[in-house]
Design a protein around this ligand. Structure first.
Ligand code: ZN
Length: 384
């Protein structure tokens, strides 16, 4: 019997299901989550700080005294950030597309604008830039993802360069994370890869970059800088790809405190920006006086140039190795804290047939070569 493990939508617990018998048993209880994926760092560098570079002062960074920051392999040594050391629960991961199984209980994403807004908050902090949909700017809870019958409201989106997750071992030049939260505090990250193959500027990110650029550099000890500005178009309609097929897994925040039980949805299709737009973002976070980013290394990127990133860049353009990067190193899919974690995928073209066979025919489903097979139904011709 084939078993699959995934998040059930309504209660966000983890269940084991048998592909031919339906849900069997709940394993874990609801876990409430903090809202923000990114904790703000302390105004002054202390031994409690984290960053993307190697640990300052050697491997005992968290206990060795003041003015030292912990690198990614030691984030868990910082008080309250123990989850960063877990194995099998953490993000980002490498998504192996051939292993991403079908799952008849995954549903299509519904992205809905539920109210108009004109202003947002543009933020620059020590490790990224963000667009925040806040109460203060009147843009809170104006967009939502409905997934598995549950509403998740968009709180903010921010960027990483290179990507954090990889697909079949390959990085993209950037990845955007749309951080959502439901009424119970459950976090859902809608992630989208960004390539730099475009020949014309991405109009939506042009506006976002202008907003980010309007935030003054400020003093070096300011952990977060904010400026309210105009942005009246939602990212759902303004920039996301039309096709919403996706990969899904249960993971964590990619920055301390590395909170687990976070729902990850990674769209299969990417967003395109120009080489100039990629450079502009990377130079902006690099130039920040409070920047805690670092150059790529083997652990975080596979090398000084991220593995495979050239495939997602415009022909002839070159990854600037001297610029800072803000990605966490890849985490193991399974390990001591979860030996059963898997990656699943939702593909619109197979969905109707798959759902029919699974729910109405109780047919065993298998996944081969990126296609769903439903032998008990005799093929797609019998499906609705
Ligand atoms: Zn992120």
């Amino acid at each position: 019997m084939t078993t699959m493990r995934f998040a059930v939508f309504a209660c966000i617990s983890i269940v084991t299901i048998a592909a031919d018998n339906g849900p069997l048993a709940a394993e874990d209880d609801l876990v409430l989550l903090q809202m923000h994926a990114h904790r703000k760092s302390d105004p002054e560098a202390t031994h409690n700080d984290w960053w993307y570079g190697a640990s300052e002062g050697g491997t005992a960074c968290a206990v060795s005294g003041d003015e030292q920051r912990c690198g990614p392999t030691e984030w868990s040594a910082i008080a309250g950030d123990d989850a960063c050391a877990e194995k099998g629960t953490q993000s980002p991961i490498d998504i192996k597309t051939a292993d991403a199984g079908a799952n008849a209980d995954l549903s299509a994403l519904a992205l809905t604008d539920v109210g108009a807004f004109t202003n947002v908050e543009f933020e620059r902090n020590s490790h990224t830039t963000e667009v925040v949909f806040s109460e203060e700017s009147g843009s809170a809870d104006r967009m939502k993802v409905v997934w598995g019958g549950v509403d998740y409201f968009l709180k903010q989106f921010h960027f990483h360069s290179p990507s954090e997750n990889t697909i079949d071992g390959k990085y993209y030049p950037m990845e955007v994370h749309h951080v959502h939260q439901n009424a119970a505090g459950q976090a859902l990250v809608l992630a989208v890869m960004i390539d730099s193959k475009a020949t014309t500027e991405n109009a939506y990110y042009k506006k976002v970059w202008e907003g980010i650029n309007s935030v003054e550099d400020g003093a070096a000890n300011e952990a977060k800088l904010v400026n309210e500005g105009e942005l009246s178009e939602s990212p759902y309609t303004g920039v996301l790809p039309a096709n919403k097929d996706y990969f899904h897994y249960m993971g964590s925040f990619t920055t301390p405190p590395c909170t687990t039980q976070t729902i990850w949805i990674l769209l299969k299709n990417s967003i395109s920006i120009t080489t100039a737009q990629l450079e502009e973002y990377r130079l902006k976070i690099q130039a920040s006086p409070m920047s805690q980013i670092a150059s790529c290394d083997t652990a975080r990127c596979g090398g000084t140039t991220p593995t495979g990133v050239a495939d997602q860049m415009a022909p002839g353009s070159i990854w600037d190795e001297s610029q800072g990067t803000n990605n966490r190193d890849l985490q193991d899919l399974t390990g001591a804290n979860d030996n059963l974690r898997g990656v699943y995928q939702f593909t619109t073209e197979n969905w109707q047939c798959m759902k029919f066979c699974y729910h109405e025919k109780s047919a065993r489903i298998s996944w081969e070569g990126g296609r769903c097979l439903w032998p008990a139904c005799g093929g797609c011709a019998e499906c609705p």
